[in-house]
Write a protein that binds this ligand. Structure first.
Ligand SMILES: [Zn+2]
Length: 392
């Protein structure tokens, strides 16, 4: 009996991921939690900066830590094409290769194969496509995606899926979702490092609530350590996205983390948390920074606008980040206009700081059972309107 118990204990200790649900906000139903991984603990709800090519564009790992990043995301598709997963593995894995010692999540490559390749061919086996860099003919399958992700060595890896396009015929959505389930089973079978890397399943099913339910239920049977919600924020109206999100999170087990893929506008982060999402990622804060746009407590600010030429106040007077403590809007505008990389760096730094601080405030509000109040106040200030409803 004791021996059996020890064996169970040992099994628990080597689990790649453990989710601790700390509390549920009495006002909103949002979850406060902790995800324990082999490279440290993540406080949830959390936003994950995206480091497509094993780097969050323009920022060093030290700066990522300064702005409060607890986990970053990197893209399997891009690293497979360049430099190749074998080289990353030879370097000792992605953590060593990019000098990031905190948790990492890699996606499956599915999303990029579908979105960057007009000439792809989908079959039961996988997806044939051409490299957008060299034009070379390549093939990704559930087994290949997991092989690459095992070599990269991220703490959380994703099942190979099809992100169903929008709009799509119901029959297509149904066939695609069922294939994604069959692929999910193949991913589990192919996974070589389950004690070190947690493999998440991805709920698909388009905008059809019954198909979403079927997808969620069949994935839950496979007992993944976490679940993602994919195929949202793909062009559908926002209210429809929230309807699908709310009904899908309601189907997922409370004791596993939930990850809403590719969503990162400030209102979606707050509202997603209200619906019980624990993890988010999006290129938005760094992408708009490179166009010279900042997220501030008063809403979006387009730094290149002429009206900031002589504005010597900080980007966001309510922000205490390095950029806002040290530089003016006029200087940042000058850098953006002159196409100086430092300007893009400073705005990227601020935007990530802003979103990660927002998530910190969301966690604080959950702790105090007042996330609806906080969300309403935040959205009023950010969007200058109360038209964006947090509850139905
Ligand atoms: Zn700032």
């Amino acid at each position: 009996m004791i021996r059996k118990w020890r064996m169970i204990q040992q099994r628990v200790m080597v689990l790649a991921l453990h989710f601790e649900l700390i509390k549920v906000c009495k006002q909103s139903g949002a979850r406060l939690g902790r995800i324990h991984t082999q490279h440290g603990v993540i406080e949830t709800p959390i936003f994950m900066p995206v480091g497509t090519q094993a780097t969050v564009k323009t920022l060093s790992p030290e700066e990522l830590k300064e702005v409060g990043s607890q986990i970053i995301l990197s893209n399997t598709y891009h690293l497979f094409l360049r430099p190749g997963h074998e080289i990353v593995e030879e370097a000792g894995g992605l953590h060593a290769f990019m000098n990031w010692d905190s948790p990492i999540l890699t996606d499956s490559g599915g999303f990029q194969v579908f979105s960057l390749n007009a000439l792809r061919e989908i079959s039961e086996e996988g997806v044939a496509f051409r490299s957008h860099i060299s034009g070379e003919k390549l093939f990704l399958s559930p087994e290949k995606s997991i092989e690459i992700q095992n070599a990269l060595g991220a703490d959380i890896i994703m099942a190979f899926d099809e992100c169903t396009p929008y709009p799509a015929e119901r029959q297509y959505v149904e066939d695609s979702m069922r294939r994604t389930i069959r692929w999910a089973k193949r991913c589990i079978k192919a996974h070589q490092r389950p004690d070190e890397q947690a493999l998440f399943g991805i709920v698909q099913g388009g905008m059809d609530l019954d198909l979403r339910r079927e997808s969620a239920e069949r994935l839950i049977e496979l007992d993944f350590p976490g679940y993602a919600i994919g195929g949202l924020s793909v062009g559908e109206p926002k209210e429809q996205m929230y309807e699908v999100l709310e009904s899908t999170t309601g189907l997922l087990p409370a004791n596993k983390p939930r990850y809403l893929m590719g969503v990162g506008s400030p209102d979606s982060l707050v509202r997603g948390a209200i619906y019980g999402v624990d993890m988010f990622d999006c290129v938005l804060p760094t992408r708009i920074a490179r166009n010279g746009t900042a997220m501030t407590s008063m809403g979006r600010l387009v730094v290149r606008n002429a009206k900031f030429a002589r504005d010597f106040t900080p980007l966001d007077p309510n922000c205490d980040c390095y950029t806002c403590r040290s530089y003016s809007r006029a200087y940042l505008r000058h850098l953006v206009k002159a196409e100086e990389i430092f300007g893009l760096r400073l705005i990227s730094y601020h935007n990530l700081y802003f979103l990660l601080r927002l998530m910190e405030k969301v966690r604080e509000a959950i702790r105090q059972d007042r996330l609806l109040d906080f969300g309403e106040q935040f959205i009023k200030q950010y969007y200058g309107t109360t038209d964006i409803q947090l509850t139905f």
